[in-house]
Design a binder for this molecule. Sequence first.
Ligand code: SF4
Ligand code: SF4
Ligand code: SF4
Length: 363
Amino acid sequence: MARYGMVIDLHKCTGCGACALACKTENNTQDYSNGKFYNWANYLTFTTGKFPSTKVVTIPTLCNHCSDAPCVEACPVNPKAMYKSPEGITLHNNDRCIGCQRCITACPYSDKDINAAGVQYSVINYLPSDDYTHKLWRDKTELIPGCTASGDEVAKKAGSIPPNMNEFSDPDYQPVRRNDIVEKCMLCRHRLINNELPYCVVSCPAQARIFGDFDDPNSEVSKLIKMYPAKQLKNNKGEFLAPGETGTRPNVYYIRDYNDAITSVKDEKYPENNRTMEKFIKIYPNPVEFFTNVNCTIPKDGIYSFIIYNSAGQIVETVMENKYLTVGLINFQLDAKKLPSGTYICVLRSKDFVQTENLIVSH
Ligand code: SF4
Ligand code: SF4
Ligand code: SF4
């Protein structure tokens, strides 16, 4: 038996949103629609205090894969559509789901309509029967008319929906979802069974998401929650369980919060993950008004793409796609004049490597 989950190091999280984008690319989840927010990996942002003593708080989120999962308890079908794996992952089976949404009502981290509930995210979401499940790939809108391709054009050129098929697929989730069912994070089981980490973990440029087995006392996650005071979310409003409260026994723990005594543990005691902190993408100047230079370190020979996303997760520019590159440096110039002011995420990706860097455009 195991108890898989995650530790999220709030000192390391920069709020870049790469985890949310990575999850969308890995699992082909759809965009926000009518009060439903299909980001299985997401992050809450809000400010605390009063000007001038304010702080910006960012809390990365995902399904907590709770040990006492009320979503499973509430699921009325048999065998249950919402169920626990032997490793403690809360899984969902599309074929068994009847779309009743009782799981959403039962989950303290979910709401049927995030606008109506006044929250920023919902762990479980419903795919309505009267809506396309992957609208982006049918959308004929060009973000920059006459310049960027629409989702519809990309899908047609790729010859399939969705065009971004991944190497592994999950036994319960097909790449194109059915209507009238719910869906949620399954801790990237399709990757775990192929000895790959969840994609939000792999893609976090700050290595703030750490995956592991809490039942293994020697795992990194077990050591971290022993080393630091750790807390768990209570709901999807950004509130944490009070000391002594167990809630649904969530298996996502938060350490090193800037906003309370958790910060009292000194940084030098923290064991860095084995992964390198090397910066593979350098952008200068950044923020930029007109043109900026991009410098990418290619760690090994392979096929690479360099894609720029806006903060809504839409591709605004594909600078390079499936290009064979050898180890070394590549440099190119980006024209930021055509992009509206805002924060963009530049993603350098190959089959087994991904690095991201924020680009701030200010006109
Ligand atoms: S966070 Fe919600 S969906 Fe995930 S296991 Fe807990 S109750 Fe179920
Ligand atoms: S919507 Fe599906 S998973 Fe949720 S309770 Fe109903 S049948 Fe179970
Ligand atoms: S574990 Fe996988 S499915 Fe879950 S939030 Fe992360 S990327 Fe998405």
